[in-house]
Unconditional design. Structure first.
Length: 180
């Protein structure tokens, strides 16, 4: 027998055979620690994308701010317009307080006043109640003061001019006389 034949006839050790099969032909090499090369075009694309996103966010903020400003301007113009009609309300109110012998005249003034109140209500304008209320500087403007034991502390005893609110915003303060 030859030596080559002896080697092939010899049974292999099962542990060594399994170990040989588990190890791939090329041994696992550690990953290179060097950073991948960055392409200048990719960097430029990333920078442009960042600029685009910032510009889009800036435009969105501008759009929202402009919408708020338009609403505020509309609200202010609406309030200013309503304030210009309030002297008409005051004059109609004074006319209703005066005694008159002509009932047709009085009825005409009442109808005009009711129509004006309806229009103001449709616009969201409400009257500020003052008589008998506690003085509130956010709603009332005290122009006179009296000391009287009949009334409570900071009670409104006389209203010279009616106050109005448009929604939650006071468009004209009530001019009042406050006791104590």
């Amino acid at each position: 027998m030859s030596k080559d034949k002896d080697k092939s006839e010899m049974p292999e050790n099962p542990e060594t055979a399994a170990a040989d099969e588990a190890v791939p032909e090329t041994e696992a090499q550690p990953a290179p620690e060097s950073e991948p090369e960055t392409n200048p075009l990719e960097e430029e694309l990333k920078a442009e994308k960042d600029r685009y996103l910032r510009l889009a966010a800036e435009y969105d903020n501008f759009r929202k701010r402009s919408a708020k400003e338009r609403e505020a301007i509309f609200s202010d113009v609406r309030a200013d317009t309503i304030v210009k009609f309030l002297p008409v309300y005051d004059n109609l109110s004074r006319a209703l307080q005066q005694e008159t012998a002509d009932e047709a005249y009085r009825k005409g003034v009442e109808m005009t006043m009711n129509q004006l109140r309806d229009i103001l209500a449709k616009l969201g304008v409400t009257e500020i109640d003052a008589m008998g209320q506690k003085f509130d500087p956010a709603l009332h403007n005290a122009v006179m003061h009296i000391d009287d034991e009949k009334y409570g502390e900071s009670e409104i005893v006389l209203e010279f001019e009616k106050g109005f609110k448009l929604g939650d915003k006071v468009i004209r303060f009530s001019m009042v006389q406050v006791a104590n």
